[in-house]
Design a protein around this ligand. Structure first.
Ligand SMILES: *Cc1c(COP(=O)(O)O)cnc(C)c1O
Length: 394
């Protein structure tokens, strides 16, 4: 059997139609988009069209889109750029406890520079409420950041309501939409946010390209000094093929959004139902319905997530324990701890994220494999065998 990929929240394969669209920009249309001759003009034409496409899809002006090297750069830029541009107004920022490392680590860096950050807590099912956000607002708050959808447990946040609260207090808002883009229809005007971040490789586009939406009239410090690219806010030679690929992937994802969401939700629900039925002592993390179509995140009691991950890898199934960014460390996921999962249970967590190329057969094989692996690991687990107060020989 071909290896099975259930880790689409970490990255997705490039759509072949996207690759085809990108190809000429590696060779024939190779010009520097900043050059003033015909080679440059051809390249900039491609970039302009791509920017128009993306802007239309999220309902903003092309001049409000700034290309970056990905989601991490866009997240860094918002926090640092707003902090710098508005520091005379205030030095307090609100984000949430369940943000991506790109946000959390940047917030920590700002704290070291004299900014204060408040971290909003989620409910036990992983939702950030507008009330929680409002309770943290201070007269010197300059920015509220809340991700659109969580990369680990898939929960979708009430961004529109959070923005309404922020507007009441005249505070700027940012949402990291990296997991939501191409999966949920995004309209920046309807949402009312001031900043939104994107990354193409999460929706079958190329790696190393993303964008930041910056609402016209809102200030942000320059990300990268250098050339005049991105209206002087983010210098550096434009990665033209990647920009072209971003736009094409985003266009396809939006065109096929409902169809893909329906298909992937069917796979996910089949998987969730199968696991809950076949495996005892397991909990589904995050709200049952207010979650991304692709996400199923489970904690398996009495065993280690890493052991499950390695056994699944041997069985040809690729998954993630926690998020790709925290794996490699032994700390349990900050997201699971924030929603109140006890440390020892958080250690036994696995994220399954499905994609448009997965099949029902793969899902059924995975249910069977997980069941067998969990049984085998628990048979070897002193904790599991001692759970009823009796020590069995293992
Ligand atoms: C993947 C991800 C990022 C980082 O994006 P890169 O393009 O990989 O740097 C940021 N935020 C969230 C929610 C993500 O899932």
């Amino acid at each position: 059997m071909k290896p099975i990929y259930f880790d689409h929240a970490a990255t997705t394969p490039l759509d072949k139609r996207v690759l085809e669209t990108m190809m000429p920009y590696f060779t024939d249309i190779f010009g520097n988009a900043n050059s003033q001759h015909m080679f440059g003009r051809e390249a900039i034409k491609g970039v302009d069209t791509a920017r128009d496409t993306i802007a239309k899809l999220i309902n903003c002006k092309p001049s409000e889109i700034y290309f970056t090297s990905g989601g991490t750069e866009a997240d860094n830029w918002v926090l640092k750029g707003v902090a710098d541009a508005y520091k005379e107004k205030g030095k307090h920022i609100i984000i949430t406890k369940i943000e991506h490392a790109a946000m959390l680590e940047t917030a920590r860096a700002l704290e070291k520079k004299g900014f204060e950050v408040s971290y909003a807590s989620p409910t036990t099912d992983g939702i950030i409420t507008p009330e929680e956000i409002e309770s943290l607002i201070r007269p010197d708050t300059i920015l509220i950041g809340c991700m659109f959808a969580n990369n680990e447990i898939g929960t979708i946040q009430p961004i529109k309501e959070i923005v309404e609260v922020a507007k009441k207090h005249k505070i700027l808002t940012f949402t990291d939409a990296v997991q939501a883009a191409g999966v949920i229809k995004l309209d920046v005007k309807e949402l009312g946010v001031d900043f939104m971040s994107f990354s193409a490789h999460k929706f079958y586009g190329p790696k190393g390209i993303g964008a930041l939406y910056v609402k016209n009239g809102v200030k942000i410090a320059t990300m990268m000094t250098g050339g005049h690219q991105e209206r002087t806010k983010r210098g550096g030679t434009t990665n033209v093929p990647a920009v072209i690929g971003f736009a094409k992937a985003f266009e396809l994802a939006n065109e096929e959004l409902e169809e893909n969401a329906k298909y992937v939700t069917m796979l996910r629900d089949r998987f969730i139902d199968g696991i809950l039925k076949e495996v005892p002592f397991v909990r589904l993390n995050g709200h049952r319905t207010k979650r991304l179509p692709a996400n199923a995140d489970f904690s398996f009691e009495y065993i280690e997530g890493e052991s499950i991950l390695f056994s699944l890898d041997l069985a040809g199934i690729a998954v993630s324990s926690g998020s790709a960014c925290s794996s490699g460390s032994l700390d349990p996921s900050h997201v699971l701890l924030a929603i109140g999962v006890p440390v020892e249970i958080a250690h036994g967590s696995i994220r399954f994220t499905f994609g448009k190329h997965n099949t029902i057969e793969e899902v059924d094989y995975a249910i069977k494999s997980v069941k067998e692996i969990v049984e085998r690991l628990r048979a070897l687990s002193p904790l599991f065998n001692a759970k009823d107060g009796e020590i069995k020989n293992v």
